[in-house]
Design a protein around this ligand. Structure first.
Ligand code: HEC
Ligand SMILES: [Cu+2]
Length: 464
């Protein structure tokens, strides 16, 4: 009964600080209710009891002072107000003092903008929704791209301003698993591992829209399954659209599996060139390599593919090709480009054949010297086999059933929106692969290459 009013007012408490905040709120509400009712009833009673009656003009003078009364009505409110102040200050400190970083604490960057949220996870992946494991300290670092917003978790009872040019911090520790979190840990019916976690989540706003249009019950279920995130600082006419969800996973394992699934660059049959760009970003290649032609710590990637390179030892190669780039990534010290130091770290064990081919697709896309088919850059790259060499991997791409000339349309091109077929191979019209794994120009392609480039990317590999 005591809780009735407060439970009615607030959603399910789901963090370590939530019960504290709730009890304080209930306390203040009930003190207010009791005093309001008491004072109101007292007023009415006094007004009736001492109303003006005919014939009674002089009520006489009552007591002019009572120490007991004065002290009572000073001390009782003082105690109540002190309780609220101390209790409130404790809760405030609890929310404001962050748990130390590291030590099992998850740190997530939050960017507010007109009109939405972006959550950046420790591995650099970004999502418009927040995912966290249950019973884990989560530190949030908040900033805004435009105006002041406020990140508000109703169920966690925490809220913090998101201010442009500042990095506000706060934290929470979720104690309740959100409904979708329960769903995420669901084992497959045959017991072989877990359900696929790679679903892509629509934002709450999108879900609202979908509902308005189609009233799709499944989408509704999904939208209801996380805890709400609101913007609590009026920020413009799209303010009410700044809705998102926080999904609390049942354990760290489930959270990690989700993160791995969504941050897989090959997700959703992504085209090689897009995967390559993502991988290059994730592996910090761009801290040393520019794509605008300017030299950084390393040579620019602009127009690198297919053009000659000279090394510090006086040797060189006529054109940058697959073998050379793969070697440069795994063994950067083998050949040092003239004018540069040997500052590049080896990515041996971090970047596999598939990743390298994807990065190369990106390099090709920003080089005028690449005259190959544009389709080649958009293929969906299959997973490499255990211990496969680059040569075998590239050969595998060419040996697929579709080596027959000019099959159209290409089943692996993303824009065709066809399901990924691991057995099938990416395939470019009129193009075969030679034994060394280099791309060999197919019939009708020589004319499209300048003599300069034909010596490189198009011809047999001269090393290995
Ligand atoms: C710490 C800086 C640094 C990072 C990070 C770095 N590189 Fe390099 N890279 C260099 C330097 C310096 C050279 C030139 C010296 C050499 O050949 O090793 C180079 C050379 C290269 C070359 C040969 C370029 C040419 O013009 O011949 C390729 C290809 C390359 N890097 C790819 C990559 C890729 C892919 C990544 C990310 C996975 C990467 N690099 C990350 C510094 C870096
Ligand atoms: Cu806002």
């Amino acid at each position: 009964m005591f809780l009735f009013l407060a439970n009615f007012l607030t959603p399910e408490p789901a963090s370590t600080v939530a019960p504290q905040i709730d009890w304080l709120l209930y306390f203040i509400i009930w003190v207010s209710v009791i005093f309001t009712v008491g004072i109101f009833v007292g007023c009415v009673w006094l007004a009736v009891r001492f109303r003006h009656r005919p014939g009674i003009n002089d009520m006489g003078s009552g007591p002019s002072h009572s120490n007991v009364l004065e002290i009572t009505w000073s001390v009782i409110p003082l105690i109540l107000v002190l309780l609220m102040a101390i209790w409130g200050f404790q809760s405030y400190m609890n929310i404001s003092v962050l748990p130390p970083a590291g030590n099992g604490t998850l740190e997530i960057q939050v960017t507010g903008f007109k009109w939405g949220w972006q959550f950046t996870y420790p591995n650099g992946h970004t999502e418009p929704q927040l995912h966290v494991p249950v019973n884990t300290n989560v530190r949030l670092v908040l900033t805004s791209l435009d105006v002041i917003h406020s990140l508000y978790f109703r169920n966690f009872r925490v809220k913090k301003d998101v201010v442009p040019g500042r990095f506000n911090k706060f934290w929470f520790n979720a104690t309740e698993i959100s409904p979708m979190g329960k769903d995420l840990s669901r084992k497959k019916p045959d017991g072989s591992g877990y359900e696929d976690l790679s679903w892509s989540e629509p934002s709450s706003f999108e879900v609202d829209q979908a509902l308005l249009e189609k009233n799709d019950p499944q989408t509704l279920e999904k939208a209801k399954s996380g805890f709400d995130i609101f913007c609590a600082e009026y920020c413009g006419n799209g303010h009410s659209r700044m809705l998102s969800k926080v999904f609390v996973h049942p354990d760290e394992d489930s959270y990690n599996r989700w993160l791995a699934a969504v941050s897989d660059p090959y997700r959703d049959n992504a085209a090689a060139v897009d995967v390559g760009l993502k991988l290059a970003k994730n592996n910090a290649c761009f801290t040393c390599h520019s794509i605008d032609g300017s030299a950084g710590t390393g040579p620019t990637w602009k127009n690198m593919w297919g053009n000659p390179v000279k090394f510090t030892d006086g040797t060189g190669i006529p054109a940058v090709d697959e073998e050379y780039v793969y070697d440069s990534i795994l063994y950067p010290q083998k050949q040092i480009v003239q004018g540069f130091g040997g500052a590049m770290p080896s990515f041996l064990g971090k970047i596999n054949q598939r990743d390298a081919i994807a990065i190369m697709a990106y390099m090709k896309s920003i080089s005028d010297a690449y005259k190959g088919p544009k389709e080649e850059l958009k293929v969906v790259l299959p997973k490499p086999k255990e211990g496969q060499s680059l040569k075998d991997y590239v050969n595998g791409l060419g040996n697929a059933p579709s080596t027959a000339p000019a099959p159209a349309p290409n089943p692996n091109i993303k824009s065709e929106a066809q399901p990924y077929n691991p057995a099938g191979a990416p395939q470019s019209q009129g193009q075969g692969r030679n034994d060394a794994g280099a791309i060999k120009p197919g019939p009708g392609q020589n004319q499209r290459r300048s003599p300069n480039n034909a010596a490189g990317a198009g011809e047999d590999v001269k090393k290995n």
